[in-house]
Design a protein around this ligand. Structure first.
Ligand code: COA
Length: 348
């Protein structure tokens, strides 16, 4: 029987720290409001021109590959999760393959927002268990700061998100005492528009406003129109309270699903790494599962919500701090736009 272990883990966060007070220069908000509602004190923003989602992913991947005792040439497959790709297409996977001078291995991009990394781990795990690949690089990276509405209009979204990247090398092992025990993936598209960025996109909602007839100029306008920019339709939209209500139900559900599937209870967990959506959501989950403070790792205070990067950054930081030891039962769990939610249970 083949299992996947995390053979190496790395993270990269940009050096620029943006505090809540810094944000008050652009919008009507306060440090108190942000901390009280989200737990966030500061976040990192990538360099405007020199850093991209891919370059941050590359930095995290270098560390993960080195810690696995491998070189980029040893990687058999790349999975890159992000909602903020460098280009509309092609995806970041091939850009990372090029930047790291890897072999011409397959590169897959995953668009599952906050649960993207856990979905990516699940996909990688299936490839490894089937015997197809031995070393898969899984990356979660985001450059949110390029595309947020920093005016008061966008404050409910923009104060939450930050930039960064995390990566793991998943490796095949025949040691059945370690590795990923199971992964659990879910979605419910009924609420797809509750947390979404609609434009640019191929949906028809803005067509009527911009193109009454189908001539060349107006067809071009459909993708990126003046109305879209004037009305700030090209920024993410979120009904925060609605996200909150569903997250606090689905997070515990998917964690319990993973524990139950493997004959464990929440008291058996050494560490839960929840997607860093909001500290209040994590605290709610902790309470519901009756976990003590030592069993849950949070670092949203320093980085904000880094979407697909949040789980690998938190996992890496917990591991670097010595909070994860060999044999520990660790659960990764995420919930986000889609809605999509997922968990992975593993023995370190
Ligand atoms: N600073 C100051 N005031 C703000 C603000 C900000 N950054 N953002 C919103 N507000 C205001 C609103 O305009 C509203 O004002 P009003 O009462 O005068 O209309 C008030 O604060 C309350 O807004 P509301 O959205 O109801 O607040 P909330 O308590 O639900 O907190 C979130 C907002 C976004 C922090 C919260 O809903 C949340 O965390 N939801 C989950 C979001 C999440 O996790 N997203 C990622 C999913 S992966």
């Amino acid at each position: 029987m083949i299992r996947s272990i995390i053979a190496g883990i790395g993270k990269y966060v940009p050096s620029t720290v943006v505090t809540n007070n810094d944000l008050t220069n652009f919008m009507d908000t306060t440090d108190e409001w942000i901390q009280e509602r989200t737990g966030i004190k500061e976040r990192r923003y990538a360099h405007r021109t020199e850093e991209t989602t891919t370059t941050m992913g590359v930095e995290a991947a270098k560390v993960a590959i080195e810690r696995a005792g491998l070189t980029p040439q040893d990687i058999d497959f790349i999975i890159f999760a992000t909602l903020s790709p460098d280009y509309y297409f092609p995806g970041c996977g091939v850009l990372l393959q090029r930047a790291m001078q890897m072999k011409q291995v397959g590169a897959l991009d995953i668009r599952n927002q906050c649960s993207g990394f856990v979905y990516a781990v699940s996909v990688a795990d299936q490839f490894i268990k089937s015997g197809m690949y031995k070393n898969i690089l899984v990356v979660g990276a985001e450059k949110h700061s390029f595309g947020l509405d920093f005016s008061t209009r966008g404050r409910n979204v923009s104060v939450i998100f930050g930039d960064g990247a995390g990566a793991v090398v998943l490796q095949a092992t025949e040691d059945t005492n370690r590795g990923i025990l199971s992964t659990h993936l879910h979605s419910d598209g009924m609420d797809a528009e509750i947390l979404a960025m609609f434009n640019p996109g191929t949906h028809a909602n803005h067509w009527k406003a911009d193109a009454a007839t189908f001539n060349n100029a107006e067809m071009g306008d459909m993708f990126m129109s003046h109305t879209m920019i004037d009305e700030a339709q090209n920024f993410p939209n979120m009904d925060g309270p609605a996200v909150f209500k569903t997250a606090v139900v689905k997070f515990p559900e998917v964690i319990l699903e993973a524990l139950t599937a493997n004959g464990y209870q929440s008291s058996d967990l050494q560490l839960l790494i929840p997607h860093q959506a909001n500290l209040r959501i994590a605290q709610f989950v902790q309470q519901k599962l009756k976990l003590n403070d030592e069993q849950v790792f949070n670092n949203i205070q320093k980085y904000g919500n880094t979407t697909a990067a949040s789980v690998p950054i938190a996992l890496c930081e917990a591991w670097e701090a010595g909070k994860i030891k060999e044999g520990d039962l660790v659960c990764l769990a995420a919930f986000g736009s889609g809605f999509t939610w997922a968990s992975a249970l593993l023995k370190w």
